[in-house]
Design a protein around this ligand. Structure first.
Ligand code: SF4
Length: 309
């Protein structure tokens, strides 16, 4: 498959099938923290970067077997709204596979435009990024295409909230020494309160970034959440920033709930739940003894597979 990947498990979206609508690495920004790598083509030009028919073919091959997934997610290598036939693709999915929910991860750089807003109307959950409140920090952190203003990002998210029925989960990713000053946090907080999204999700650098930057600790993110005091706030940073503690019986249930739907490597489960790998290993051992999971090898890698009761 060239354009779809996964399903992968994430704490925000559960199991989602990823769809790549732009090739490596076309984006309107070149964020310091990007997990994909440095942007090679920085643009705001919409185009059919990948063939719509090819994407539809791969999606129908996968979806015709009615797999159990939580979302079809447009994400991947760059900014998905740069794909000029996004609206057609979403309509195709809604007409042919109406039971599947669609999620869109976006840097919000094009949301202010009428054509883009119309394209994303039928998306169930839009997850736009808003990492800065001031142009200075926006340029330092997100390194946008020339001329792109942070006000345009805010207006795009505002239009999305006011003019569509999409659920909007705004993500702010904090980078040490870049957007975590008290002044910037206060301004970001003001914007979040004014926008009033369905969720405000706090994240930080947890995977190797495109450029050498560092994340915040879970405690620091927690302090930011407290300071801003927005009611629908979630801290979504995964294991490296946050180590959660589950009672053992609950951890076993969580692990089983994941692997009964799709086999996963231990590290992926730990990352998804935000717990230590060793804790997952213990839970898996116990589940094996109870006959609820087994280990299978795929592509030379061990996976934990749930046994349905
Ligand atoms: S907007 Fe997303 S894909 Fe583009 S550079 Fe930033 S993190 Fe990477």
């Amino acid at each position: 498959m060239k354009y779809i990947f996964g399903p992968v498990f994430s704490r925000r979206l559960g199991f989602s099938l990823g769809v790549d609508l732009v090739p490596y690495k076309v984006c309107s920004m070149d964020c310091l923290y990007c997990e994909v790598g440095p942007t090679t083509e920085k643009t705001l030009e919409r185009a059919e970067y990948v063939p719509l028919e090819g994407v539809k073919r791969e999606l129908s091959l996968f979806l015709d077997s009615s797999p159990e997934i939580d979302y079809i997610t447009f994400s991947g290598y760059g900014e998905p709204t740069l794909f000029s036939r996004l609206g057609e693709l979403i309509s195709y999915l809604k007409e042919n596979y109406p039971s599947y929910k669609i999620a869109l991860l976006t840097n919000a750089s094009l949301l202010e435009r009428n054509d883009v807003l119309n394209d994303v109307r039928e998306v169930d959950v839009v997850l736009p990024s808003l990492d800065a409140a001031t142009q200075e920090v926006f340029e330092r952190l997100n390194r946008p295409v020339e001329g792109l203003k942070v006000e345009s990002i805010v207006r795009g998210i505002e239009r999305l909230l006011k003019e569509t029925d999409c659920s909007v989960w705004v993500e702010t990713l904090f980078v040490k020494g870049v957007n975590d000053s008290p002044e910037e946090i206060e301004k970001i907080g003001e914007i979040i309160h004014a926008l009033s999204p369905h969720k405000w999700q706090l994240n930080t650098v947890v995977r190797p970034p495109a450029y050498g930057v560092e994340g915040l600790s879970f405690e620091e993110l927690h302090r930011i959440a407290e300071k801003v005091g927005y009611p629908a706030t979630e801290i979504v940073a995964s294991s490296k920033a946050r180590k959660r503690k589950f009672p053992f019986f609950q951890l076993k249930e969580e692990v089983y709930g994941i692997v009964v739907r799709r086999p996963c490597p231990v590290e992926e489960i730990a990352d998804a739940l935000g717990v230590l790998t060793e804790e997952v290993e213990k839970a898996v051992e116990e589940l094996k003894r109870e006959g609820k999971v087994e280990e299978v090898v795929y592509g030379g890698e061990p996976y934990v597979k749930g046994i349905s009761s």
